[in-house]
Write a protein that binds this ligand. Structure first.
Ligand code: SF4
Length: 242
């Protein structure tokens, strides 16, 4: 990647492009780039990227609270695509202190931010310091907080003074229906929880199936406001993109 990389111009050029073109662009411009795989339908990113770049960097955040089905799925994806899936754990001392002081379910009482901070954000930040760009499965149709997600951006939440981090959201313009059409047509493996009414999948205590016509993020942190449903991975979504 050269130092004159103008992400805003590229974002405008690719504004309406589909995932294949965005991914191809990302891999042509960055060597140090990793896919963040949550163990849900963002598996389509792994499938698409594996066709472009056989040497993928993929990581998942193991909060310690994922469904057993998700752990099994992570392994299925690792084997199917023959990738080195990096599974990131929370900092042991920080997690033990947090759980000792607040217990295992504090998020039901005072919100998910602190637990997500320990279990997701700290390990994510550690990982993102090692790359120049990352790839996420964010889509505009997922929630009010993601309605204006661009296909690529400078990551305001995780860049530092000396290190601009870029974020690619190749699925931004796709709908859930397009994702599932791709999964079916290409025989892509998927998390078995999707067969049981789960659409958006996160940690076990903070995820539940949704009813017909309910929004997919309604099953996440259901005790909190819809406009606050981000775990901090995409904190920039609370800025001017609302
Ligand atoms: S989703 Fe729930 S269990 Fe998982 S890290 Fe966040 S608050 Fe903790």
């Amino acid at each position: 990647m050269n130092n004159t990389f103008d992400i805003e111009t590229h974002a405008r050029t690719f504004r309406d492009k589909g995932p294949d073109e965005v991914l191809d662009f990302a891999y042509r411009n960055f060597d140090s780039i990793a896919i963040s795989f949550s163990g849900a339908e963002d598996v389509v990113l792994v499938d698409m990227a594996s066709r472009i770049n056989p040497d993928l960097q993929v990581f998942s955040l193991d909060t310690g609270r994922l469904h057993i089905e998700t752990y099994r799925f992570l392994e299925q994806v690792r084997e199917r695509y023959n990738i080195r899936l990096e599974v990131l754990s929370p900092d042991t001392a920080q997690l033990e202190k947090f759980v000792s002081e607040k217990g295992l379910y504090s998020f039901y009482k005072d919100g998910h931010k602190e637990c997500c901070g320990v279990r997701k954000i700290v390990p994510l930040r550690r990982k993102l310091h090692t790359v120049d760009a990352w790839i996420t499965g964010q889509r505009k149709d997922q929630s009010p907080t993601r309605a204006n997600v661009p296909v690529m951006e400078a990551d305001a939440a995780f860049s530092t003074a000396g290190h601009t981090l870029y974020k690619f959201n190749p699925l931004a313009n796709w709908t859930s229906e397009q994702v599932w059409t791709y999964i079916r047509e290409n025989g892509v493996p998927y998390n078995e929880l999707h067969n049981r009414g789960y659409i958006s999948i996160g940690c076990e205590p903070c995820t539940r199936p949704v009813l017909p016509n309910q929004h997919e993020r309604a099953g996440r942190w259901w005790w909190e406001e819809a406009t606050r449903k981000e775990c901090g991975l995409h904190a920039g979504n609370f800025g001017n993109r609302g």
